[in-house]
Design a protein around this ligand. Sequence first.
Ligand SMILES: NC(=O)c1ccc[n+]([C@@H]2O[C@H](COP(=O)([O-])OP(=O)(O)OC[C@H]3O[C@@H](n4cnc5c(N)ncnc54)[C@H](O)[C@@H]3O)[C@@H](O)[C@H]2O)c1
Length: 415
Amino acid sequence: MERIRIGLVGCGGMGTRHLHGLRSLKQTPFNNVDLVALCDVNKENVELAAKEAFRLLGVTPRTFTDLASMISGIEMDAVDVVTDPSVHHEVACAALEMGLHIMVEKPMAITVGTCRMMIEAAEKNNRVLSVAENYRRDPSARLVNHLLNAGAIGRPYHAILHHLSPGRKIFITPWRHLKNKGGPLIDMGVHYTDLIRYQLGEVAEVYGDVRLVEKVRTKSETMSMDYEFYRRRLQAMSTEVPAYAEDVSLAQFKMTDGVTVDWNVGMGGYGSVGLELILGDQGAFHGFGNRGARVKMRNSEEGELDQEGMLAIAKEYELDPLSKHFFPSGITQGDPEVDWKLIALEYHEFAEAILTGRKAEVDGEEGMRDVAAIYAVFESSRAGRSVSMDEVVSCDVYAYQDEIDQALGVAKSKD
Ligand SMILES: NC(=O)c1ccc[n+]([C@@H]2O[C@H](COP(=O)([O-])OP(=O)(O)OC[C@H]3O[C@@H](n4cnc5c(N)ncnc54)[C@H](O)[C@@H]3O)[C@@H](O)[C@H]2O)c1
């Protein structure tokens, strides 16, 4: 099979998981990606990743601490951007200008303006720009999407997406509490705006409120995942860090076809709730679908169905061949490798887009709209009124993000 040669930039927590994703892909007959280089501004991180690459993939990629040397130093087709999101635009635009295709972790960038810079660079250089959004690639999300489009719950009219987790622990990394690095609501919220848009179509209008509740964050003693890099990252973390980025949000999304979505996402304070519902005039889904999630459905004809029952009534439902290979039962809950397999799916689809000219599923426009939808909550909060998605996508309502662009040094002059 024809393969692309890729360089991975950003060898931190998610960069490590991308190496596992490459191994998952390599173990299948579908492998179409070869890792040829690793790059990180932190030498220790790139060296640890090189050891992991050898252990997982049996290859010794060249290592670099700056992007330009990597691109000029070795032949490759594409760059996988897994740095913190405040530099996604910088790394991606530089690589696009040097003729490389880009896969970039979510959030695509930390303002709509910087997303636009990436789209323009990809168009100008005629390169593929793909956003690694994993949640929608889980078969649970694919199944809900199929049944929703087949009319299994009739006409959707309302949805609820509530994810509130209490506490004042550092949310994964200290940079996730800095507005100019993205903030926790951008980091998580973009997954949810992507799921909302995937399942329910385009956002028309948003009324929202954001607050900073926890102004100081303390180090957690536990890790969400057990990797050598995560252990080192935790060890190096300060016991207490200041938080400047808002950490709770409340919003109403109005979709273009009239569905309203009730949104409550936060990671601070005392409240705790987790609920996902899509309501239609003939039934409801419990769950939008998510990495390793299980979904349920109830409708007037079938009563209550678990995911197995949903699969049984899903006529003409078919996963793509690689998803079928990874998840033959169609259910990912309990699969210890689900994270890596979804990353493998992202790589495979990206390489296919390069090799066959097929459009990437979450391309620059989609990735930018996911970012715009979460910033619509912030911009509405700042403006004190509801905002249209058009105003946010066009950067006409931009007060909150303008401050970030100023800090990044990319703000457009007003005259
Ligand atoms: N899809 C998911 O489920 C998921 C999960 C975790 C993280 N992520 C995303 O992955 C990205 C990275 O997150 P993380 O948790 O791995 O962060 P991290 O802080 O652990 O790692 C970031 C790495 O990037 C490096 N870096 C920073 N600037 C660089 C530059 N200009 N050039 C080269 N390297 C640079 C850092 O030194 C660090 O090693 C973020 O966009 C995050 O939102 C996605």
